[in-house]
Design a protein around this ligand. Structure first.
Ligand SMILES: Cc1cc2nc3c(=O)[nH]c(=O)nc-3n(C[C@H](O)[C@H](O)[C@H](O)COP(=O)(O)OP(=O)(O)OC[C@H]3O[C@@H](n4cnc5c(N)ncnc54)[C@H](O)[C@@H]3O)c2cc1C
Length: 461
């Protein structure tokens, strides 16, 4: 069957469904609608469907299955691997459905699948609540949650996925289930970090937490101080950092120079005084050096938005470490000194060891026992530069991971035959069983896919 026949079939099947917007190639809005955050992915869906109508979505799943098409689901469209679209398949685009509703009585937030992190903060923070998410306001909460979710409250409230307490999920069969119901607790567990492998999430439900008082800022480290400070920082993060202080050391090029600086961005939450910041400065030999930025959590959440504006081409690699060896630090310093462009960076996401005793971890998130996620990120404009930037990211990640390799964070990883290293950790067998129970036919495969990696998962590590 050719594309036109398939398109006609899809159009016929969806006729009569209300509140459904269809976009075919060549129609107004299609070009804009097919674009993703990462312009490395130039994908052309056969059809873009925008709806939250359950009957219409059920029809889409049926037609896609019968015609063996690829199905893509889009929340914010930010996944670096381009999973939020498809070449020649059907795209279910939820990006326009951004509602966030507070149910104070139940202590939960009900969130539509196209909501961005900024939408969640805008609805919750003014009323004194928070769901811990990540940074950069336009990132989708759907993909972020399903992949894990690392943000400024990781030390006290855990990962975003730890705060997911329920969800309405449409399975491949078209049945809608509530993941928090006793018979589907395995599904809820899997949605917490196991990716979009199990069904279409129609509504996410999160535990509400009181918005803590915050003190946010940064410590700038001059290029010549970086090697010494990095060593002391490694020691501080390992031994002394309290749960309510989350650090995000960021290497980036110093504008107008060929050197690389380090900014230790931080968020102190739920604090009585600034003792923790003073102790940090002391430990780094940088007394009195921190710069206060804001005590407005929403402002801090959006602080880095400008730096990450689309459209741009991008390539990322992530490695997750248990501790910072001196070899890893040397490799980071070498990588930082050879960044090929102004929009390159290396972020050390400090997953705060203290978290392990303060937050729940009943999740499939394979990195829940790791201490650091290091993100090597390159962004650039022209396709002719692809090779140069990609080579830098790959070499930097490889050198830092060392010979034994290291797991990667699925939300920061391209699809490069590496799905088993990003999703299947110590809970592989359990995750595979859940996949088999809810999506044995692997309809939901446009993601870091569990279904494709059964053999890899069973192989001894
Ligand atoms: C600028 C930027 C900043 C970021 N900052 C952070 C951060 O601070 N912390 C962090 O942890 N991560 C961060 N990320 C990574 C982010 O978590 C991932 O890119 C995430 O996948 C984004 O979700 P999305 O909904 O926008 O993505 P999409 O590309 O829309 O979707 C991602 C995946 O989720 C699946 N999916 C989407 N919606 C549904 C649904 N309704 N049901 C089932 N599956 C679905 C898709 O199939 C796809 O596989 C950032 C990314 C960017 C680009």
């Amino acid at each position: 069957m050719n594309d036109v026949t398939t398109q006609i079939r899809l159009q016929q099947a969806l006729q009569g469904h209300e509140a459904v917007e269809l976009l075919f190639p060549g129609e107004p809005g299609y070009e804009e609608g097919r674009q993703l955050y990462n312009r490395m992915h130039d994908l052309h869906p056969l059809l873009i469907v925008r709806t939250l109508d359950r009957a219409a979505i059920r029809t889409v799943l049926k037609v896609v299955t019968e015609n063996r098409l690829e199905l893509a689901l889009r929340g914010g469209g930010h996944h670096i691997a381009g999973f939020g679209s498809t070449e020649g398949g059907v795209l279910l685009d939820f990006s326009g459905f951004r509602g966030v509703e507070i149910d104070a009585q139940q202590g939960i937030a009900r969130v539509q699948p196209g909501a961005r992190l900024g939408d969640v903060d805008a609805a919750l923070c003014p009323r004194g609540y928070v769901v811990p998410t990540g940074t950069v306001s336009d990132t989708g909460i759907a993909g972020l949650t399903l992949g894990g979710g690392i943000g400024w409250f990781v030390g006290t409230l855990g990962f975003t996925c730890d705060n997911l307490v329920g969800a309405d999920v449409m399975l491949a069969s078209g049945e809608v289930v509530r993941a928090e119901d006793p018979q589907h607790r395995d599904l809820l567990w899997a949605l917490r970090g196991g990716g979009g492998n199990f069904g279409v999430v129609l509504e996410f439900r999160y535990r509400l937490s009181p918005l803590p008082k915050v003190y946010c800022g940064s410590i700038a480290v001059a290029p010549q101080e970086v090697p010494r400070v990095l060593l002391q920082l490694g020691h501080y993060m390992e031994q002394d950092c309290p749960a309510n202080l989350v650090l995000a050391p960021l290497f980036s090029p110093v504008p107008e120079s060929d050197r690389c600086g380090l900014a230790i961005d931080f968020c102190l939450s739920d604090y009585q005084d600034l003792g923790a910041i003073e102790a940090l400065e002391q430990a780094l030999g940088l007394v009195g050096r921190h710069q206060y930025v804001t005590d407005d959590f929403r402002a801090w959440q959006g602080w880095f938005d400008d730096r990450f504006q689309p459209p741009m081409r991008g390539y990322w690699k992530s490695i997750c470490l248990d501790d910072f060896t001196s070899d890893a630090m040397d490799a980071l310093l070498t990588a930082a000194s050879s960044m090929p462009g102004q929009r390159c960076s290396i972020t050390i996401e400090h997953l705060n060891k203290a978290r392990r005793s303060t937050t729940p971890d009943d999740s499939a998130f394979p990195l829940k026992s790791r201490s650091y996620s290091v993100l090597f990120s390159a962004r650039w404009e022209q396709a002719r530069d692809d090779d140069r930037f990609i080579r830098w990211v790959r070499a930097a990640a490889l050198a830092t991971a060392g010979n034994d390799g290291a797991p990667a964070y699925s939300n920061y990883s391209f699809a490069e035959g590496s799905s088993h290293t990003v999703l299947l950790g110590s809970d592989s067998e359990r995750l595979l069983k859940v996949k088999q129970r809810y999506d044995g036919g692997n309809l939901f495969r446009r993601n870091h896919n569990i279904g494709m990696n059964k053999e890899a998962a069973r192989a001894p590590a």
